[in-house]
Write a protein of this length. Sequence first.
Length: 139
Amino acid sequence: MHFEVTVDIDAAPETVWKLLKDVERWPDMTASMSRVELLDGPLPEGSRARVRQPGMPAAVWTVTAFTENENFTWQSRSPGVTTTGGHEVRPRPSGGTTVRLTLDQTGPLAPLVALLLGSRTRRYVTMEANGLKTAAEAT
């Protein structure tokens, strides 16, 4: 399964990035997250976070790529499924910021997980993008 959402935000890229990389604050911005706990401190490559979402099992995400002020990617693994989440911040030529969030699930059980949880997953990613937009524009 692949899902992608892009949102334009009327806020400076620095403001948006600061909110996006503060993963422990995500539950304040969206109802799709109930708790995010950093397990290794700040968010550089290799760090981990435990994410709890309503109606879904808790997952530990490991940062696999991180470029300050631009993007980060993290992965969560469960039996038969690897989920990869991408987060990208780009300045808009006219001012403001474009954010692109992606979610990919691969592995032998990915089709089953997509069937069971795909609509909720897509809804949650969209909620996260919209929550980030609301928080950044209010700053």
